[in-house]
Design a protein around this ligand. Structure first.
Ligand code: BDP
Length: 588
């Protein structure tokens, strides 16, 4: 699936705006005829989670129906018309003019529906999307604890989910139409660059997928950097093209060199579609104890984040994207992790354009023994496939994280994580793999098939609370245990403490800005003493909304920025360290 784009051949129609909305608490909407239109209860903004837009929706986790109207021009009769939904949290069913158009399960990746046969040209069309925001215990991530199930820290919270962030619902990303001249179109465009050892050239492999054969003779026109080639592919639906870039400009941290590959699909000599894929040329490799970008070692400085902002919830707010990247630059970070799910594509595109590294994560958080059976495993593989397919063209994505803090205590669990690694590696042999561990090495046996050990540890917070100096020894010993067990480079993926902005205590005590700053700096320096530690990501970039519990004061306050993106003391301290290190010529 290609992200919609507007170019010389393709048109897009944005459906973002205010949609009509109605709750369907008992699930009777379909039988009551809502697919053909319903009497609205209120209006909601798309993109946006519904929960914080209206007070009465904060804790609504049922089915919500959205509808909007768009006008289709008469000329649409002959054209390809696809609906693209950036994400529906958590499951969706779609109708156009009362007729079923598609369905999708899972809330963090896009889906599309072919509207070609359903659209009414020269008329107004009614689009209805039912979003099932129920807390599905079998979703990725599992949105509800099962009877008798406990996750340390997350039990006794409301709503009781298996993870530490609010289970926002709704349509958090853009919704729009993609129009192509005919129903034949390009469906896939993957550019892989193989850089010669001496950097003198890059061999490009361009995989092109088209919609099913129409029997017509097809040819593809490939344009990169002003060089054009035409390839006759016959009546088939895919081809692999090759090209060579001489003296490629390498994409790097702070040096966002990008290229564009334009592919035009012709049938019987007539142009039927065109797509432009942005890509970068760079190498990533884990060698010995180092993570190499273009052959040079990288130290990851940055954060785990969330898609989270007041009122919009998980909804995409473009000014927040700009602000977050500006703050990453301000604080001297070079990277972030899309904890704990794939983000809106705009985040990765921005990272590509600004030279920021991304650790791209699956929505596999809160997994435990009950999630490792055959059905879930098959679905999980599908999610990995969809994520890699969606995000593989981003040069900013340098590491796939296949899970956050899974509990792997059974043979089935081990098999699950070994199979997942094999799947990801087969799909994308160009990037290293990790998953984010917690607990102890013996709870993380499958780590031996991953390239980098990512580790979350909260010494001085959940363990040995209030004792920064004392907890440092335990923290160090833990890093060393993981090193001894796996002999791999280690990235400290989460560490930190809650701080209530404005709370100052001397001497530093828990929840004060001083305590947070002190613990982050102490652990950061301790970790950096180890040559095999390849990065430190503070948890978290900004405060973010969670379920309610006695351990969360309205939001998780481990952000070094507040939820409205203002720095706490820790952000200033990190800035001093990170900018000084950059100045001293240490690896960035
Ligand atoms: C870690 C989780 C993260 C939480 C964090 C915390 O990976 O999602 O928000 O703990 O407790 O275990 O703040």
């Amino acid at each position: 699936m290609l992200k919609p784009q507007r170019n010389a051949v393709r048109e897009t129609v944005s459906l973002d705006g205010f949609w009509q909305f109605r709750r369907d608490p008992d699930g009777s909407g379909e039988s009551a005829g809502w697919p053909a239109g319903f009497a609205a209860e209120c209006e909601l903004a798309v993109p946006g989670s519904w929960n914080e837009q209206r007070s009465d929706l904060l804790h609504f986790f049922g089915r919500g129906w959205y509808q909007t109207r768009f006008y289709a021009a008469a000329g649409w009769a002959a054209r390809g018309v696809w609906l693209h939904v950036g994400s529906a949290q958590r499951h969706a069913r779609v109708w156009l003019n009362g007729r079923p158009a598609g369905a999708h399960r899972g809330g963090c990746l896009p889906f599309e529906c072919d509207l070609g046969e359903l659209v009414r040209p020269g008329a107004e069309n009614l689009l209805v999307i039912e979003v099932d925001g129920s807390l599905d215990p079998w979703d990725f991530p599992p949105a509800r604890l099962q009877e008798g199930e406990e996750r340390v820290g997350f039990h006794n919270s409301y709503p009781a989910v298996t993870y530490d962030f609010f289970p926002f619902s709704g349509l958090p990303r853009s919704v729009g139409l993609q129009l192509t001249p005919t129903a034949s179109r390009l469906e896939r465009l993957v550019v892989t660059a193989h850089v010669a050892a001496d950097g003198s050239e890059a061999a490009l492999e361009i995989e092109v997928g088209c919609s099913a054969s129409t029997g017509a003779e097809r040819d593809l026109l490939l344009e990169i950097e002003g060089v054009t080639q035409r390839v006759d592919i016959g009546p088939v639906s895919g081809a692999v093209l090759h090209a060579v870039l001489k003296k490629p400009r390498l994409w790097d941290i702070g040096r966002p060199e990008l290229y564009r590959a334009r592919v035009t699909l012709c049938e019987g000599g007539a142009v039927v579609d065109c797509y432009e894929q942005t890509f970068g040329v760079r190498t990533v490799e884990v060698r010995g104890d180092e993570f190499l970008l273009n052959g040079r070692p990288v130290f990851f400085k940055g954060f785990g984040k969330h898609e989270d902002f007041a009122v919009a919830g998980r909804g995409l707010v473009p000014p927040v994207v700009v602000r977050d990247f500006d703050l990453l630059r301000w604080v001297g970070a070079n990277s972030f992790r899309t904890s704990h799910y794939p983000y809106a594509e705009e985040w990765y595109e921005f990272a590509d354009r600004h030279g920021v590294l991304v650790i791209a994560e699956t929505p596999f958080v809160g997994l435990n023994a009950r999630m490792y059976g055959a059905e879930v495993r098959a679905r999980a593989r599908g999610v990995v496939r969809a994520m890699i397919e969606r995000d593989r063209h981003h040069p900013s994505v340098v590491l796939w994280s296949l899970a956050n803090e899974p509990d792997i205590d059974t043979a089935e669990g081990e098999a699950f994580f070994r199979a997942l690694a094999a799947e990801a590696r087969a799909l994308d042999p160009t990037r290293p793999l990790t998953y984010v561990a917690h607990r102890e090495p013996e709870n993380n046996r499958p780590m031996d098939c991953y390239d980098v050990v990512c580790l979350n540890k909260y010494y001085g917070w959940y363990e040995q609370p209030g004792q920064i100096a004392e907890s440092l020894a335990a923290f160090s010993a833990c890093l060393d245990r993981f090193r001894a067990a796996f002999k791999k480079p280690l990235l400290l993926a989460e560490f930190g403490a809650d701080a209530v902005a404005g709370l100052h205590l001397e001497p530093a005590e828990m929840f004060s800005e001083e305590y947070q700053a002190e613990i982050i700096l102490a652990q950061y320096h301790e970790a950096r003493r180890r040559p095999w530690v390849i990065g430190a990501h503070v948890w978290a970039f900004a405060d973010f909304k969670t379920s309610q519990s006695i351990t969360r004061v309205a939001v998780n306050r481990k952000g070094v920025f507040t939820r409205d993106r203002q720095p706490k003391l820790a952000a200033h301290k990190l800035r001093a360290v990170w900018l000084e290190q950059a100045g001293a010529g240490r690896p960035v």
